[in-house]
Design a protein around this ligand. Structure first.
Ligand code: G1P
Length: 293
């Protein structure tokens, strides 16, 4: 069985209710941060980690995602005629190689665990990554690449991205019981989905990057409902504790919760300030606004 992580699953079937009205007719994963949709950041992060196959678990109303990762011949020929070569190259480079991208429908919104389970046949019997596009991470080395390297050192198993959150926010995340900590790796000894602050085993939260062993599928197969009456990935993961190396990685970088309006606005400012082509203008704008507060 290959131990290299070659496939990534992108659950994009969610309704995006936290972002209405913007997401009424548009998938939340297509919301742009500066000039790029969230899902493109996710795919680029996967590529940077050596991912070769991209599996999207979609739902109704998500066809613009498929169009985004395909050629647009009219647009490309217009850009060519207008001699906009660098833009043309950039667009062409964002299209994954023929045959490397697959879409499968999650026909009912039964939760993240169910979405991942829908990718079972496409993933097969090998380790794979899961990326949640609304967790956008600004990092020098992309987060998934950091995780893949750490997982190789750990000898395989499950590797989750983790970060500290305010205790009052534990009910928004999967929360872990931390075991031994070495450098930036925390051994995970327990996992619980969205516990109330008073019940949370820690304030160390799982962020939307996972590298998982394929045995997760047989656990998800049971389709047991958990928090919010949904089939939770966290619940299936907690059944794997003790069976495989299981770590949380405190990644280097800043995570923005782009499923939340404020987090999304913050991401736009942070990413614009990071871009050499616009950071000077953006800094002036931010200062001007701050001075008027
Ligand atoms: C999901 C997971 C949760 C994780 C979070 C990270 O929750 O179920 O364990 O902490 O993503 O963003 P969601 O945000 O989809 O409710």
């Amino acid at each position: 069985m290959p131990n290299k992580v070659r496939k990534a699953v992108f659950p994009v079937g969610g309704l995006g209710t936290r972002f209405l009205p913007a997401t009424k007719a548009m998938p939340k994963e297509m919301l742009p941060v500066v000039d790029k949709p969230l899902i493109q950041y996710a795919v680029e992060e996967a590529r940077a980690a050596g991912i070769e196959e991209f599996i999207f678990v979609t739902g109704r109303g998500k066809t613009t995602i498929e169009d985004h990762f395909d050629h647009s011949y009219e647009l490309e020929s217009v850009l060519n005629e207008r001699n906009k070569q660098s833009l043309l190259k950039e667009l062409q480079a964002s299209v994954p190689k023929p045959g490397s991208i697959a879409y499968i429908r999650q026909q009912e919104p039964l939760g993240l665990g169910h979405a991942v389970w829908c990718a079972k046949r496409l993933v097969g019997d090998e380790p794979f990554a899961v990326i949640l596009a609304d967790d956008l991470i600004l990092a020098d080395t992309p987060c998934l690449a950091q995780m893949a390297a750490a997982r190789e050192q750990a000898g395989g198993g499950n590797m989750l991205a983790v970060m500290e959150v305010p205790k009052a926010h534990t009910s928004r995340y999967g929360i872990l019981s931390p075991g031994k900590e070495t450098d930036n790796l925390i051994e995970i000894t327990g996992l619980v989905e969205k516990p109330a602050p008073e019940k949370a085993p820690s304030n160390m939260a799982v962020i939307g990057r996972y590298i998982l062993e394929p045995t997760i599928f047989s656990l998800l197969e049971k389709q047991q409902r958990g928090a919010g009456n949904e089939i939770q990935l966290t619940d299936a993961l907690s059944e794997m504790l003790g069976d495989v190396p299981f770590y949380g990685m405190k990644f280097d970088g800043t995570r923005y919760d782009c499923g939340d309006k404020i987090g999304f606005l913050e991401a736009n400012i942070a990413f614009a300030l990071h871009r050499t082509d616009m950071q000077d203008d953006m800094r002036d704008i931010v200062k001007k606004i701050a001075n008027n507060l």
